[in-house]
Design a protein around this ligand. Structure first.
Ligand SMILES: Nc1ncnc2c1ncn2[C@@H]1O[C@H](COP(=O)(O)OP(=O)(O)OP(=O)(O)O)[C@@H](O)[C@H]1O
Ligand SMILES: [Mg+2]
Length: 247
């Protein structure tokens, strides 16, 4: 098991957002998390990556055992070195070029030499087909291109796991496909991924496992066929019929 999380709980303003979640991920697995708005999906990813601190929970990641309620600074940095996140709104620095958005994290975060960082950043831009945009600023790029730079930044150090939080939901419909293609390519290369998504076709066609998440809990999980075609739980059935998407 690459990642094994037990009993994450998180309360925000008296609201039990995560109600004791267990989640295990095998190396190479692509896990899609679907579920209603406000159910705690973003909070779950933010707690796994220590952007927020859980109230309780134990994480085993690679060979490290981490108390999620009291992670040491070293363990947080170590986790972020091996686990990357792609955000809904790209989170690129507006005043930095595509190349700098990728290389500066390596220079300042990993103490890498500028030359090395830039050549890694160029390789990552190549991977997403955007090397010709390396000197462009975010405002000069489409949302889809910005998000692909977000993916290049997340994957530049070959992380063990990439967490995606609705990576296509801020995009115009015609740009969604370009980002999904990059994600599919990553999945095919064996990248372990946890993807919170509203793209049911991605969940169905790319994910090895689909988790239906609601009210701070995993309601059910299984392969796409099990969850989409034979949902066991009433809440899952209601959600799937309400989203009225052709999946
Ligand atoms: N900083 C905060 N303070 C208080 N409550 C919060 C905070 N952040 C999130 N919440 C609450 O936690 C719950 C879960 O939010 P979260 O963003 O994790 O949901 P989500 O499943 O990602 O929703 P969406 O699909 O809309 O992105 C919501 O009820 C939200 O109002
Ligand atoms: Mg969210």
């Amino acid at each position: 098991m690459l990642l094994d999380i037990k009993n994450i709980k998180k309360t925000l303003k008296n609201n039990h957002v995560l109600k004791g979640i267990d989640l295990s991920i095998e190396k190479g697995e692509v896990v899609a998390i679907i579920g209603p708005s406000g159910s705690g999906k973003t909070t779950l990813l933010r707690n796994i990556n220590f952007l927020e601190t859980a109230d309780s929970g134990m994480m085993k990641f690679r060979d490290q055992q981490i108390d999620m309620a009291k992670p040491s600074k070293e363990k947080i940095l170590w986790t972020r070195r091996h686990m990357a996140m792609v955000f809904q709104n790209y989170n690129l620095f507006k005043n930095k070029t595509a190349l700098e958005n990728i290389s500066e994290g390596l220079i300042f975060g990993q103490n890498m030499e500028k030359k090395t960082a830039e050549s890694l950043a160029e390789a990552a831009l190549n991977q997403v087909g955007l090397i010709d945009k390396k000197d462009f600023y975010p405002s000069q790029l489409s949302g889809g291109q910005q998000q692909r730079i977000g993916i290049a930044r997340a994957t530049v150090l070959n992380p063990d796991i990439v967490l995606f939080d609705e990576p296509t939901s801020a995009l115009d419909p015609e740009l969604v496909g370009t980002v999904l293609r990059d994600m599919k390519q990553l999945a095919e290369k064996g990248q372990t991924m946890i993807v919170v998504t509203h793209q049911m076709s991605f969940a169905r066609n790319v994910a090895d496992r689909v988790i239906f998440f609601a009210d701070g809990e995993i309601i059910e999980q299984g392969n796409a066929e099990e969850v989409f075609d034979h949902p066991q739980n009433d809440r899952t059935r209601k959600f799937l019929s309400a989203i009225a998407e052709d999946y």
